[in-house]
Design a protein. Structure first.
Length: 499
């Protein structure tokens, strides 16, 4: 009987509990369809934004092919393997360095000068894709974009890799592979992230009112300054400048490869600039695509005319660099300026890059691909152009109007401050790193190896083995066939008319 009594009590409790739950459910009623739709819409937006961010990041990654083919085409056939190896490995080492420490240093919360939280392997607290006040984590500088943390990381990684890749072109055909390898690690782990924190990580330049939408300064000027210091510390290629000061052209082995590379880069820029919205905002990304393309077109046209007037011929290498110059220059202001303004910026960059290439040649800074002129000079120009041409209507609550649209000089002064301070920091940092590498390891190949070819000396293989008869460097074989673009004697011009 006692057991039966306990069973009755248990049954009563179960029935009572079920009735209570049913009563609560009845009181709450069915789910609000509006709230359900809002939740579903939010999930769909996160998914769409994530696909957009990653797709554009893949385009920027594809730009590595463009850099590799431009550099190899603009340089001699005998050095193709080492050029391709540099362009390949730089993204690999950048991926690891930026993952290990660079991302945290750039976007982690901390001081106005560098991040101090979540430094190692994205190990900090994070509630992405939450945005704004709902975000609770240590990467608050990126709380404006509602995508997962790994999508944020990958998009920023391909930019870090681009900054490091820029250096390769200016030091081509004489830098030691190992020295470049180590410099790339420091570039992606420390130099680039520190500048990035100042501007995109909520650092002191961001608070000052400096703007750089997609990286004219953060990516291109940083890479350009590091490239300039590397070129200066290495010195020119053997035979580039005669003892009498004459400039001896050293033609690249394939203008076709170079042209292909620029097409790849132009295509990739439609990920670089529109993708920096980090959200699938149809109006913004469509207009940014047009400002980007217009500036590139303006740069190519202006460079062709400038080269025609100054050199007597519309030099294709100048035209190609003109397009790249327009792309670099519009990268900072692409979201903040009108389409007509983007054309003016592109035209200005196209003229500027021709003048800059000629200037650096005259002062004997040997830059085989024009990387310093394209990325440093035109990156600085585009950053300053933002201070002139920005219009509040295109991105309310950000830059305000530039000097030419009634906004006064405040924005232009902030931009100039950023250009100067970033240049000073990167120049000093790059000098220290290149200097240490020079003292400890050496940064330049031997004269014998440079004249022979770096492909064998550095890698033991040739990109075009059918044109060369020698075995790998140091095996005692016959002397390799000289490249047709190698001067016959030290200081002798490769062709009669210099550029």
């Amino acid at each position: 009987m006692a057991r039966d009594g306990r069973s009755v009590v248990v049954a009563a409790l179960v029935v009572g509990g079920l009735l209570a739950v049913g009563g609560v459910a009845a009181a709450q009623g069915p789910p609000d369809p509006i709230k359900v739709l809002e939740a579903k819409a939010g999930e769909a937006k996160v998914a769409l934004d994530t696909v957009w961010v990653l797709a554009t990041a893949f385009l920027v990654f594809f730009m590595n092919l463009g850099f590799a083919t431009v550099e190899s085409g603009f340089c001699r056939a005998k050095n193709t393997v080492t050029i391709l190896a540099k362009n390949f490995v730089v993204f690999a080492v950048s991926s690891i360095a930026f993952l290990a420490v660079g991302f945290g240093l750039m976007f982690g919360d901390g001081t106005p000068f560098f991040g101090t939280q979540g430094l190692w392997f994205l190990g900090g607290a994070d509630t992405s894709p939450a945005t704004g006040d709902a975000y609770k984590g240590v990467y608050s500088a990126l709380n404006w974009t509602g995508v997962p943390l790994w999508a944020k990381f990958f998009f920023q990684l391909v930019f870090a890799g681009t900054a490091a890749t820029i250096v390769s072109g200016a030091v081509a055909e004489r830098v030691k592979f190992g020295a470049f390898y180590l410099f790339s690690v420091v570039m992606a782990a420390l130099i680039y992230p520190v500048v990035g924190h100042w501007i995109w990580g909520g650092g002191w330049l961001a608070k000052l009112g400096f703007w750089d939408f997609a990286g004219s300064t953060v990516v291109h000027s940083v890479g350009g300054w590091a490239a300039l210091i590397g070129a200066l510390m290495l010195g020119p290629r053997i035979g580039k400048y005669g003892r009498d000061g004459r400039i001896n052209p050293i033609p690249g082995h394939s203008i076709a490869l170079g042209t292909l590379g620029v097409f790849v880069l132009w295509f990739g820029w439609f990920g670089f600039n529109p993708g920096s919205t980090m959200a699938a905002d149809p109006g913004a990304i469509a207009r940014i695509a047009v400002t980007t393309n217009t500036a590139a077109a303006g740069g190519a046209v202006a460079a062709s005319i400038a080269a025609w007037l100054l050199l007597g011929k519309p030099d294709l290498t100048m035209i190609l660099n003109g397009a790249l110059a327009g792309l670099v220059a519009i990268t900072a202001p692409c979201a903040f300026v009108s389409v007509p303004s983007s054309l003016v910026i592109g035209l200005g960059a196209g003229v500027l890059v021709v003048l800059s290439v000629l200037f650096f040649d005259r002062v004997h800074v040997d830059d085989p691909v024009g990387a310093v002129s394209v990325h440093l000079v035109c990156g600085a120009f585009g950053t300053l152009a933002l201070g002139l041409f920005a219009q509040e209507q295109f991105s309310p609550g950000t830059t305000g109007n530039g000097l030419l649209f009634g906004g006064g000089a405040k924005l232009l002064l902030a931009q100039a401050t950023g250009v100067v301070t970033v240049g000073l920091f990167v120049a000093v940092a790059a000098t220290v790193v290149w200097g240490l590498l020079k003292a400890l390891l050496g940064i330049r190949v031997s004269a014998e190896e440079e004249l022979e070819r770096l492909d064998l000396g550095e890698h033991g293989i040739s990109a075009y083995p059918e044109f060369h008869s020698a075995p790998a460097w140091g095996t005692g074989g016959t002397t390799a066939m000289a490249s047709p673009t190698t001067p016959a004697r030290l200081g002798a011009p490769a062709v009669e008319r210099g550029r």
